[in-house]
Design a protein around this ligand. Structure first.
Ligand SMILES: Nc1ncnc2c1ncn2[C@@H]1O[C@H](COP(=O)(O)OP(=O)(O)OP(=O)(O)O)[C@@H](O)[C@H]1O
Ligand SMILES: [Mg+2]
Length: 236
């Protein structure tokens, strides 16, 4: 498939078909017959080890399926493109919050937040970084090193980094965003997601049942399989 990554425009549909992820010979982390994500907030729930992070890795192209397809806009199958093309895809179309907070330790918090831009030689949106840092109460921490932050502060930095890139992305992947967050920060995050991410494809993996109410749709995974799909109206 020879479609240039930049040329696919905004991503508005992601479809998985017969998609299997195995880690080694023994673990089948994901086995999905058919699943489609359009614009809106999709919450992915399930117990530890259910395959939530694996699903997000797969959709991001950080992981290739062992079998099956991950198709964007009915045009590009992530399973068939090169690692370089998948990196391009993330650069132009994705904003990702991983389950673990990963930083470059010898640069400042500010520079870590700017990294999704600066790593590609692009200027980072300074105003947005400052505004979102203010919102989440980390403005005073921007010149520190990541090792000088508490667990919750680190999570907020990762969240701000993902939210700063979100307006430039069509797919937003948030893996356990509320882990380590206090109640008021969780409320701020809910507001930001509702205000800014509804017209994107947004996948959120979470254990937090209250926070999960943010979803337009909910998918439950168990042992790598989809055990239920519902819309918000069906949950009420
Ligand atoms: N690198 C790996 N090598 C081998 N097995 C792995 C690897 N990463 C994950 N697994 C296994 O794959 C399955 C799915 O893991 P995954 O991290 O996707 O679960 P999860 O739903 O995100 O769990 P959690 O709620 O703990 O974050 C688990 O059985 C896990 O043990
Ligand atoms: Mg996980």
């Amino acid at each position: 498939m020879k479609v240039p990554i930049r040329g696919i425009g905004e991503i508005n549909k992601i479809r998985l078909k017969g998609t299997v992820v195995r880690y080694g010979e023994r673990v089948t982390a994901l086995n999905i017959e058919e699943l489609e994500f359009g614009k809106g907030i999709h919450v992915v729930m399930g117990p530890n080890g259910a395959g939530k992070s694996t699903l997000l890795y797969l959709v991001s192209g950080m992981l290739k399926p062992t079998a099956g397809k991950v198709i964007l806009n009915d045009l590009i199958n992530i399973a068939e493109i090169s690692a370089r093309a998948r990196t391009e895809l993330r650069k132009h179309h994705y904003s990702i919050l991983l389950q673990e907070d990963i930083f470059i330790e010898h640069i400042s918090v500010y520079d870590n937040i700017a990294l999704p831009f600066t790593i590609h030689g692009q200027p980072a949106p300074d105003e947005t970084i400052k505004e979102l840092s203010e919102t989440f109460g980390i403005r005073g921490l921007l010149m520190r090193k990541p090792s000088e932050l508490s667990g919750g502060e680190k999570r907020k930095v990762s969240i701000v980094r993902a939210l700063v890139k979100a307006p430039y992305s069509s797919v937003i992947l948030l893996d356990e965003p509320t882990s380590n967050l206090d109640t008021s920060s969780t409320e701020l995050l809910i507001e930001e997601i509702k205000k800014k991410l509804k017209d994107k494809i947004c996948l959120i993996a979470t254990h937090d049942i209250e926070f999960a109410a943010i979803g337009d749709k909910m998918i439950k995974l168990r042992a790598g399989r989809v055990i239920s799909k519902s819309t918000q109206a069906q949950q009420l």
